[in-house]
Design a binder for this molecule. Structure first.
Ligand SMILES: CSCCC(=O)/C(O)=C/O
Ligand code: FE2
Ligand code: NI
Length: 188
């Protein structure tokens, strides 16, 4: 199940709230301007789907998000346990430090799981996303993403610019002080 955990940003050892209730997660994130939706999962994707196969499986939902949010570029990325461990570790490191984007970050998990940590107004909101979850992080929101030591996910990404993923790293070490993806999964 999707899991939301909230801490004060200087108290990573003391969760303030924790919920697996999708409606409560959507409501709490909604107050922060973060959109959270659940879509029915399309079964039957190949083990290593191409971007085209994933986008075709979710064509209707993707078209709705593109229309309502004005995105110009959509793709799908995937990681699975057969990926070479060094490549997996490299992919994990790319998103593991706190950063922002000039663009909103809309991600839909078609398979597997990953954790987004949103650092907003003195709090950290960890959203452990699973298949069926769409999370939309507003532009300029400080955040990081952990896919864990055995990355396994397929995600659709939406962009307002043709240049795709551009991260602005804040230089903060805060990410290292919070429970990582593997720990969130183990305590769920
Ligand atoms: C699940 S898509 C890869 C993560 C990503 O694009 C990002 O910016 C994380 O912060
Ligand atoms: Fe990001
Ligand atoms: Ni508070």
């Amino acid at each position: 199940m999707t899991l939301l955990t909230v801490w004060a940003d200087d108290e990573p050892g003391t969760p303030l709230r924790r919920t697996e209730d999708g409606e409560k997660i959507a409501a709490e994130l909604g107050q922060l301007g973060v959109r959270f939706e659940r879509w029915p999962v399309v079964e039957g994707l190949p083990a290593e789907p191409t971007s085209e196969q994933v986008l075709a499986a979710y064509a209707e939902q993707v078209a709705r998000v593109v229309d309502t949010e004005g995105y110009v570029l959509v793709d799908a990325l995937s990681m699975n346990p057969t990926v070479d461990p060094e490549r997996a570790a490299q992919a994990r490191r790319k998103f593991l430090a706190e950063h922002t984007h000039d663009d909103a970050e809309d991600r839909y998990f078609a398979r597997g799981a990953g954790a987004f940590y949103l650092h907003i107004e003195g709090h950290v909101y960890a959203v452990l996303c699973e298949a069926g979850d769409l999370l939309s992080v507003p532009a300029d929101t400080r955040h990081w993403f952990d896919m864990g030591t055995r990355p396994d996910w397929v995600a659709i990404r939406f962009f307002h610019e043709e240049d795709g993923w551009v991260g602005n790293f804040t230089g903060s070490q805060i990410a290292a002080t919070f429970p990582d993806f593997d720990t969130l999964v183990a305590t769920r």
